[in-house]
Design a protein around this ligand. Sequence first.
Ligand code: SF4
Length: 200
Amino acid sequence: MAVLVNFKICDNAKECGGIEVCPTGALSWDEENETIKIDNDKCISCGACERMCPIGAIRVAHSEEEYEKLKQDIENDSRTTKDLFVDRYGAAPLSEFFMINPEELMNKTNEGITLVECYEDDSIQCLLKSIPIKEITLDMPKDTMFYKVELEEKAKEKYNVSELPSLLIFNNKKYVGKVDGYYNIEQKEEFIEKINKILE
Ligand code: SF4
């Protein structure tokens, strides 16, 4: 039948998981226009793409009626990609404000706790699927700072980062430790426990 993409909240990336799993090519990447392309003549409404999208931007209709309803839902959706990131992370990783250079790391740390999420382009999908920073900082002091940094080789060596994404932890302007690797929402307690142990 048909697939719909809510481009208001979709990050419209070539790496879209929906494109990856679509068995018919109904979802593809349009190189020329740099956008996700939909060909509903090919869509069989299997739902694979919908299940794959971590933010619910892909919707699949099984009837004309459902298609119109979903189209209307998208039209009425007042969220934006930026809102969604703010909602998930409690910060705006797309906003320049939260992005810092590796050289700025130490200057940006404050008297309290500072968390710096390190990533590289290849691990950007993990940022989408990993635990929202909001969940992590919920029980932390209110002045906890949060930044994101695209880590270069030199900085990776400096902080001995073996796996990205990695969360560097600073306390009172001092680097105190890190948690490497991707943690999903089911591993939240384990992740928070590791952070608290480092902060002890
Ligand atoms: S519902 Fe199935 S066929 Fe249609 S776009 Fe999604 S993955 Fe492709």
